[in-house]
Design a protein around this ligand. Structure first.
Ligand code: BTN
Length: 252
């Protein structure tokens, strides 16, 4: 792997409930080197955002967690880690897919879409120590080879999109390398640069979109995200409000 530390130490598990849970369990007893990559061929109880399950076909997709130690990052800025991970996924997909044909977007907070279909999801679990993040477990699920999805699930995979074959190890290697690059930018304090790139590729940025808020359908302009992870939306008068992932839903 052509990286400095992400993916240098690798733990491959033929089968595991969740790579994120495995990493958290291991960190209770072992001091894993920063960048440790834990991945599996068969994740049996994958965790998604908001307590959802992440279902994935065995031997078909990337199910991986990378252990980082962002002790430099204030807890209230932890959404930058989502930006780092989302940009890593975005960069890998744009290396592989022809930009003229495929529209790759980051859908706040943690989905990566290609032509409006979900291709990857991110679940970050942080171990907080006082005011700093002792460990961050960056969990990434990316659909690579799976060609069938449950009806009603708006998902896709690299192979479904292009009809070509991809090697999981190759995609995983690219992911480690891009994750390291984005993470090092954050570590060097290039927060504005990261934010700008995240906004550039954020679904709906500076356009009016429909959302479901409680029982109401509303139309608001997407302005960006806050460092603590809220979506910033503006009304017709330009008044901005922060929305939590629990309260608002995209209408696609
Ligand atoms: C989502 O979109 O809801 C987030 C999905 C995250 C799935 C990945 S797969 C590897 C890692 N281990 C888990 O249990 N979940 C994440």
């Amino acid at each position: 792997m052509e990286t400095l530390f992400v993916g240098t130490n690798v733990i491959f598990l033929p089968e595991v409930d969740s790579t994120n849970s495995y990493a958290i369990g291991l960190l209770k007893n072992v001091n894993l080197p920063e960048g440790t990559l834990i991945h599996t061929a068969h994740q049996t109880a994958g965790k998604g955002q908001r307590g959802n399950v992440w279902n994935t076909l065995p031997y078909s997709n990337i199910t991986a967690s990378v252990v980082l130690r962002p002790t430099f990052l204030e807890v209230k800025k932890q959404f930058f880690l989502y930006q780092v991970a989302a940009l890593a996924c975005y960069d890998v997909l744009s290396q592989i897919l022809d930009s003229g044909q495929y529209d790759i977007k980051i859908k706040w907070p943690n989905d990566i879409l290609v032509n409006n279909l979900k291709i990857a999801g991110i679940l970050i679990e942080n171990i907080i120590n006082g005011n700093s993040i002792a460990h961050s477990i960056i969990g990434i699920g990316m659909n690579v080879k799976q060609r069938e999805f449950v009806t009603g699930v708006n998902a896709t995979s690299l192979e479904l999109l292009t009809g070509q074959n991809y090697k999981l190890d190759d995609v995983l290697g690219r992911l480690c390398s891009q994750l390291e690059k984005s993470y090092l930018l954050l570590k060097q304090g290039a927060e504005e640069q990261l934010q700008a790139r995240y906004y550039q590729n954020l679904l709906g940025i500076n356009t009016i979109r429909e959302f479901d808020l409680a029982e109401r359908r509303i139309r608001l302009m997407v302005k960006g995200t806050s460092p603590d992870g809220f979506l910033l939306l503006a009304d017709e008068e330009g008044v901005e409000r922060k929305f939590d992932v629990q309260e608002i839903k995209w209408v696609l």
